[in-house]
Ligand binder design. Structure first.
Ligand code: AMP
Length: 281
């Protein structure tokens, strides 16, 4: 396994891989690897000849009062995990290598302003920009993204479509702990007490799913029931949003019909957690 810190060296390695007619599967991450990341890497191993993961805590996607400075890091541990899973390359650049006098941004309009984009207005522009940069440096045939960040998946898919990028986006399923909490690097911020309430969102979304399965179609009613459920059962003080949207457009419609995404974000103390369920009716 090789560690690449430099963009030019990475491009040279990529050129050799391409000359050998090998395909590349990329898994972009911010590191502090957990079971969710591992599952994406295993998926990448199945589809690509060469697996590249990137580890880069992308400052462009953090708002001013967000957790950029305290985002958890453990490169030695990540390196061992990647090695054990058979990763071929880790692209691990410094910030200055990626953003040297940087002035260009990629904005996927509409999709980026909804849901998480309301509280995090610059977030998805930061994500789209770094992902396009990674695609240009690593030239992957496949890129695997977790459905844990469902809005991100749609935004990247739209960018790839709109800008005619030659990469196939693979959606990786959400990996959860035994009580249903989705793995996230940010779970590290939770105290023992907070951890107990962290499943509130998942439980609320499950409750919404059961209402839909029992025939409820009214989006506003389902959303209100989910919010009431969470506030009654858990000591949650702040729900950022609950949305029920068409997964293609991320638009909220009045009634649920075929494929809907139930998604939300809640604060557990100061930690913001997101989750979602994709439901086919
Ligand atoms: P991050 O390091 O948080 O930026 O995430 C890197 C990739 O891992 C993204 O595509 C995430 O959607 C994905 N991911 C994070 N948590 C999970 C999870 N619990 N299950 C599946 N994929 C995940």
């Amino acid at each position: 396994m090789k560690i690449l810190n430099n963009i030019e060296t990475t491009k040279q390695e990529v050129e050799i891989i391409k000359k050998n007619n090998q395909t590349i599967a990329l898994v972009p991450t911010m590191g502090y690897l957990h079971e969710g990341h591992k599952s994406l890497i295993k998926e990448a191993k199945k589809i690509g000849d060469i697996v590249v993961i990137s580890i880069f805590v992308n400052p462009l996607q953090f708002g001013e009062n967000e957790d950029l400075d305290k985002y958890p890091k453990d490169f030695e541990r990540d390196k061992n995990i990647a090695f054990e899973l058979g990763v071929d390359y880790i692209f691990y650049p410094e910030e200055e290598e990626m953003y040297n006098n940087f002035k260009t941004f990629v904005e996927v309009r509409d999709l980026s302003q909804k849901m998480c984009g309301k509280t995090r207005p610059i977030h998805f522009t930061g994500v789209a920009t770094v992902v396009l940069k990674l695609f240009n440096i690593i030239k992957p045939d496949y890129a695997v993204f977790g459905m844990k960040d469902a809005q991100q998946v749609r935004i990247i898919e739209k960018m790839v479509y709109d800008l005619n990028i030659d990469v196939e986006i693979i959606r990786g399923e959400i990996i959860r702990e035994s009580d249903g909490l989705a793995y996230s690097s940010r779970n590290k911020y939770l105290s023992q007490n907070e951890r107990k309430d962290a499943i509130a969102l998942k439980e609320g979304l499950n409750y919404g799913k059961s209402l839909i399965q029992n025939g409820e179609k009214d989006v506003e009613k389902i959303k209100k029931s989910i919010i009431d459920f969470i506030l009654e059962k858990f000591s949650i003080k702040s729900i950022d949003y609950i949305s029920i949207v068409n997964f293609e457009t991320l638009e909220e419609e009045d009634f649920v019909y075929t494929e809907v995404l139930l998604a939300g974000a809640i604060y557990i103390g100061t930690t913001r957690l997101i989750d979602n369920l994709l439901i086919k009716i």
